[in-house]
Design a protein around this ligand. Structure first.
Ligand code: WTA
Length: 631
């Protein structure tokens, strides 16, 4: 398939995409199998918001991920699976086999009452069946809602309830490093408060004992025996919902980001092939969990649409030792490797002895995603993993954008450490000031918006279109607002400076401070809490919690560990605070609003720049907090 191969071609494509976006994207859409061609390429209005791509078109994304490849590359590998334990055999699944498994599981879903439009929650470990489950939903037109396996029962039940799911697909447990994760028992706990769920399909993975509820819980392996592997794909409209994926927001409740079929397909395929400069036959490895958007777009859909071999890894980078990533790259001869800065920094900290035993000579392109990559980590990645021979693409995007937005194209765009570089074709960034005025020219800093739709853009937030409008389209009129600060330098290169709202990127995971506070407040002794981020050497950002306790507990260390347990229980281990400070009061304005700006300065140990505290109800609390700060 065609792709851009020179910088001049990129510039030309960019120009075309801005001057005539419809023709530009229609040409990309022509590459796919359609049951009916679309009538109108784009209709849009950012005020509603109402964005439709390829309306009138009919298709099924799994026909494009699977059936379309059968004739030419049916026997080629679609999925390489590397287990948590290196002593267990890896698996290679061809396009033909994946097609057959997806069809079979699609029949299992139908057999258990699933139909087009139903919401199905997937809460699974990183095993091939996770990919199969995702694609099987899409095959029958059911909407998948994947929940990251590291989330706790409360986060899971919130998401199941919000989307009103009728089926949950899970496993008895999952292997992660030296740990077993008891997925099924988390599901059981979550379902105590989710009446909508009628069936739970359970994959046997860890073979731990689980309780199977009669008439509700069934085994994956047994169900697969009962059905055939012939399952014609459901005909979907271009704008039918493909999936919901929850992401954290400034308020406590996560938002169900909705992506639809055709635009998402065209966009993930285009960005995958061009940014990574994918060549037919390449082995591609994205280390993200399918529970996050990166796993959706660049472990499953993008690579399979392109006909690539996509690698899925069950385990963690440090098991059995910190050389595991490099071991897997050599073992499977990975050509393109895509990971997060947190992983790079943590492996860098383990020392080069874990890298030296490996050749890494199959690598051609390296990618980074999820958070700003600092120069030191960029250089380490470049020198020790890429051997100064592999272009690095620092890809900036979001759950809501569906695919990469600002990124180099590997080997084509000149890179600068710390810069996501330039917008991809079709992407029109705008930096605005706090009032929403666009800042023109170079050498400026502002808030990052996009002023024109691209095919992968969020369509709505599930259950509340108004929330989508308010969060993304109403803050700066006429723009989609990302929530990120950004600099455009003298060369027109973009550097993301970080979030400007109340969410924190911890180890590349987006967490809402309000959500963490809600979890902390579940502790019976805590009356109120305020969470802010602070710069962290490995994780990018760490979590600092200021908490008010309603009785004079002397055993502060116990209290702190109870708080950590509470957060783990209600939200998941990824949201555990790194620092906890017990305080008597929080800095509030007279109207009762917590002034987080002040707390952030304290957490960052930037006491000199706390600024004006005179508008506070009780400025003395700031002094008290400063004295007790955990630095
Ligand atoms: C941040 C992940 C700097 C940013 C794909 C964004 C980045 C948020 C980069 C979305 C990058 C993502 N450089 N920051 N290359 N990529 N971000 O929804 O703050 O989990 O808004 O999507 O991650 O996180 P999300």
């Amino acid at each position: 398939m065609e792709r851009i191969t020179t910088f001049e071609q990129y510039q030309q494509a960019y120009k075309n995409s801005v001057e005539n976006p419809e023709a530009f994207w229609a040409e990309q859409a022509e590459l796919f199998t359609w049951r009916r061609k679309w009538d109108k390429t784009l209709e849009w209005n950012f005020n509603e918001p109402d964005v439709k791509w390829f309306s009138g078109g009919k298709l099924n994304i799994t026909e494009n991920c699977l059936d379309r490849h059968l004739e030419k590359r049916g026997d080629q590998t679609a999925l390489i699976w590397e287990p948590n334990n290196p002593d267990e055999a890896a698996k290679k699944i061809s396009y033909k086999e994946l097609h057959s498994e997806v069809c079979r599981f699609a029949n299992v879903l139908k057999h258990n009452g699933a139909k087009k439009g139903d919401r199905i929650c997937i809460y699974m470990p990183m095993v091939p069946e996770l990919t199969i489950a995702v694609l099987a939903c899409a095959r029958i037109g059911a909407i998948h809602s994947v929940v990251f396996g590291g989330f706790s029962f409360k986060s899971l039940s919130d998401r199941i309830q919000d989307a009103d799911c009728n089926i949950v697909i899970t496993a008895d447990g999952g292997f992660r490093g030296a740990k077993d994760i008891p997925l099924k028992s988390v599901v059981d706990e979550a379902l105590e408060i989710c009446a909508s769920v009628k069936k739970v399909i359970v994959l046997k993975r860890t073979h731990t004992n689980v309780i199977m509820k009669k008439d509700r819980d069934i085994w994956w392996q047994e169900e697969m025996e009962k059905v055939s592997d012939v399952c014609p794909a459901e005909t979907m409209d271009s704008e039918d919902t493909l999936f919901i994926l929850y992401t954290s927001g400034s308020t406590g409740k996560p938002k169900g980001v909705v992506h639809t079929t055709a635009g998402y397909m065209v966009y993930t395929d285009y960005t995958f092939r061009n940014v990574f400069q994918y060549n037919s036959g390449d082995v591609f490895w994205c280390t993200a969990d399918v529970g996050w958007i990166t796993g959706h777009s660049y472990l499953i859909y993008g690579p399979l649409l392109a006909g690539a071999a996509t690698l899925m890894f069950e385990g963690i980078p440090t098991f059995p030792d910190a050389g595991r990533f490099w071991n897997v790259i050599d073992k499977h001869k990975v050509n393109i490797f895509y990971t997060a800065p947190t992983a790079i920094r943590s492996l860098q900290a383990m020392g080069l002895d874990f890298v030296k035993p490996y050749k890494l000579d199959s690598l051609r392109v390296l990618g980074s995603v999820g958070e700003p990559i600092n120069e030191e980590a960029w250089n380490w990645y470049n020198e020790n993993i890429g051997k100064k021979n592999c272009p690095i693409v620092d890809t900036y995007w979001q759950t809501e954008t569906g695919g990469m937005m600002i990124s180099a194209m590997a080997g084509i765009t000149k890179t600068k450490p710390g810069f996501a570089t330039l917008p991809l074709p079709g992407i029109q960034p705008a930096l605005v000031d706090e009032k929403g005025n666009e800042l023109h020219g170079n050498n400026i800093e502002g808030r990052l918006c996009f002023k024109f739709p691209w095919p992968g853009i969020i369509r709505t937030t599930y259950g509340s279109h108004e929330r989508c409008r308010e969060t993304y389209f109403n803050i700066y009129k006429g723009y989609y607002f990302t929530g990120d600060g950004c600099r455009r330098d003298e060369d027109g290169y973009y550097r993301i400076t970080g979030r400007v709202d109340d969410v924190i990127k911890v180890s590349g995971h987006l967490l809402g401070t309000a959500e963490i506070e809600n979890a902390i407040n579940e502790h019976p002794d805590i009356v109120e809490s305020a969470v802010v981020g602070f710069p962290h050497d490995i994780k990018g950002w760490g979590i600092y919690a200021f908490v008010i306790c309603d009785n004079e507990r002397k055993d502060v260390d116990n209290l702190k560990s109870e708080i950590i347990q509470t957060v783990t229980k209600y939200m998941g281990p990824i949201a555990k605070p790194d620092k906890i400070q017990i305080v008597k009061g929080l800095p509030k304005t007279r109207s009762g609003k917590i002034m987080r700006r002040i707390l952030r300065k304290i957490a960052e140990n930037d006491l000199a720049n706390i600024g004006d505290t005179s508008t506070l109800l009780d400025p003395s609390v700031v002094e008290e907090i400063k004295i007790g700060a955990v630095l």
